[in-house]
Design a protein around this ligand. Sequence first.
Ligand SMILES: C[S@@+](CC[C@H](N)C(=O)[O-])C[C@H]1O[C@@H](n2cnc3c(N)ncnc32)[C@H](O)[C@@H]1O
Length: 348
Amino acid sequence: MDREKAMAFVDQFTAMASHTTTIALLAIADRTDLLRVMVGKGGMTAVDIATEAELEERYVTEIAAGLAAAGVLGYDPNFERFSLSDEIAAVVADDTSPYAMVGWLDTLPATMSRLREIADATRHGGGVPFEEFGDDMVRGIDRGSAPSMRILLTRRWLPAMPDVVERLSAGDSIADVGCGSGAAAIAMATAYPASTIWGFDVHEGSIEQAKAKVSSHSNVHFEARSGDDIPTDIGFGLITTFDVIHDLFDPLGTVRRIREALAEGGAYLMVEPRMSARLEENLHARGALLYGISTLHCLTQSLAIGGAGLGAAWGPEKAEALCREAGFSSFEELPIDNPFSAFYRVGG
Ligand SMILES: C[S@@+](CC[C@H](N)C(=O)[O-])C[C@H]1O[C@@H](n2cnc3c(N)ncnc32)[C@H](O)[C@@H]1O
């Protein structure tokens, strides 16, 4: 054994473990407003932060110290003041920012809370159903996608299909399948007031949250329905799935149903994680994160109900094969630059 290599991995492991505890501290800060009270304030002592956020000073001292050691907060030892830069605040303390990563502060703890059950499933099969990850998971999914849906969906992503935008602007029907708490459907309803949008999701809790965000007169409707049971008599000009197909019990059945539910000449926009199906092309930090979240959530919640368990890294080749098996004749990746998601226009 090479002692130096072992020691190098001890260093690497220490970094990995400290990233994990930093995420935990950030999750606590997120739940207590500890960082949000620091936004735009310059230096603050732990007492200032505790007073402003109405928290216990002893905890704040320890959490702020941990976040300073991790490089999230600045620290001035002369005045014992902590500071939060605008750039870091945009990532961890502002849900409305285009750089927000705050959704992970709900979803990562939610997945880690089910490690024992996922280990059991690794031994004996099965998995952890979606509902068992609890409200934090639903909230985290919504917080994770809301900034992109509000800022990018109708300004960058859909404009990659100009003919579709023209139809939606004139007034058409849209379905968002696996809509979660409704961020994408609401963004499309706002951008295309002449169109009518339906959001479908099998999870009733998510649909209740989506309904609570809109008035009864709005041009968006939410319904608890499985993707393989969406209505085929409306004739949607556009159907979207954002980060849904790889999670499904029956991906083929849902994509077939999507094809049946589209109007003549309608478009299906499938958005899936930007991952290769070849492991050797995913050997980087984003790959580690996606295989991790796939194991801890995507895969296990599908296998829990006897589903296909595609996992987040199923890749574009299998996505295209699935669409063709479902009867679609065209499949093209849209030229949208995004590190996390790949965008496929499917039709025919
Ligand atoms: C990763 S979340 C994505 C949610 C949303 N599209 C977004 O981007 O925020 C996957 C969603 O698929 C939903 N889902 C899973 N199985 C489904 C099915 N058979 N029919 C419809 N939705 C389903 C889940 O309830 C969950 O809301």
